[in-house]
Design a protein around this ligand. Structure first.
Ligand code: SAM
Length: 299
């Protein structure tokens, strides 16, 4: 860790280098979180690549930056635009990449162009700043020493189930991004996968209505049965290692490789009623039987 006196001072450093891609982090809700260096790089870069040019144009106007070449770079044009940007970089221009909010390449466009630059030997540097995942982790009051970033869970039901079963025994603290209209479904999927455990819901961080709710999965599911989710969320979920010994799922349980439906069917095949089978499976999984019942009904 450098001491302050060892840190680079902008006055001493040629700030912006031609032929370099700058990944510029922007605020996730509070304009004051834009760093002085981010402003300088945006001012001096030859080209600005933006996820949403209209959104970035507003930011540039607020910063009194005018006449920049703005190129859109987002999920659905990133292949072709990546080539365009690489050519500009190879011709010696400096390019600043910004997304709508936070750190480029973190659940945002950027990952591919960094790889493309690496392949072509184009220098890339980052202008660090806000990142919702790290902001939430630091506020979570959960273990921060080791963590796993999961980003958005896919909405494709098959893939989602597969991913959740892959991480069901994750020992580290987990971080998920979620949109408000998908929050309820995600909380209930998390509960049926992980059982009840601690979760911190970080809503609208750095904004006027910031809310940090440190609760449990069961309580969060119950809360959002009556409260409508609003704004942007990061969910920080306790890993298995943090659970008390008696709450940890046993290794190699007979149902470990079964889907929840197959798990219930296995009990039914022993001659017990559907409701008793759901009750028994819910007990194995450490989830409320109503959650499992709803999940199976939704199929
Ligand atoms: N690259 C960004 C970063 O560094 O955090 C993340 C972009 S991702 C497309 C947007 C998601 O980040 C949102 O759906 C939400 O889960 C999370 N997010 C962004 N800003 C947030 C905020 N102010 N409060 C809570 N979550 C936020």
């Amino acid at each position: 860790m450098p001491h302050f006196e060892d840190m680079i001072n902008d006055e001493e450093k040629n700030l912006i280098l031609g032929g370099t891609l700058y990944l510029v982090a922007t605020p996730i809700g509070n304009l004051s979180d834009l760093t002085a260096r981010a402003v300088k790089v945006l001012k001096e870069a030859d080209v600005i690549a933006a996820e949403d040019t209209r959104n970035t144009q507003k930011l540039l106007s607020m910063l009194d930056i005018h006449g920049k070449e703005l190129i859109s770079y987002y999920e659905h044009n990133k292949r072709a635009r990546g080539e365009v940007l690489a050519e500009k970089l190879e011709s010696g221009l400096s390019v600043a990449l910004v997304t709508d909010a936070g750190t480029p390449a973190i659940s945002d466009p950027g990952e591919d162009i960094v790889r493309l630059c690496e392949e072509r030997g184009i220098p890339v540097t980052a202008v660090p700043g806000p990142c919702a995942a790290i902001n939430a982790l630091s506020l979570s009051a959960l273990a921060t020493g080791r963590f796993a970033f999961e980003g958005f869970l896919t909405t494709n039901m098959g893939e989602r189930k597969k991913r959740l079963s892959e991480i069901a025994r994750e020992k580290r603290t987990m971080i998920f991004y979620e949109a408000p209209h998908k929050l309820k479904a995600t909380l209930s999927d998390l509960l049926s996968t992980f059982g009840d455990r601690r979760i911190t819901l970080c809503r609208e961080m750095t904004k006027r209505n910031e809310e940090i709710l440190r609760t449990t999965l069961e309580k969060a599911v119950t809360l959002y049965e009556t409260v409508a989710p609003r704004g942007e969320y990061v969910l920080v979920l306790e890993g298995e290692d943090a659970l008390p010994e008696e709450s940890k799922p046993k290794e190699d349980t007979w149902y470990a490789s079964l889907s929840h439906e197959e798990h219930v069917l296995a009990y039914e095949s022993r001659g017990i009623s559907r409701m008793d089978a759901i009750k028994a499976a819910a007990k194995d999984l450490g989830v409320a039987k109503s959650v499992l019942y709803k999940e199976l009904q939704a199929k």
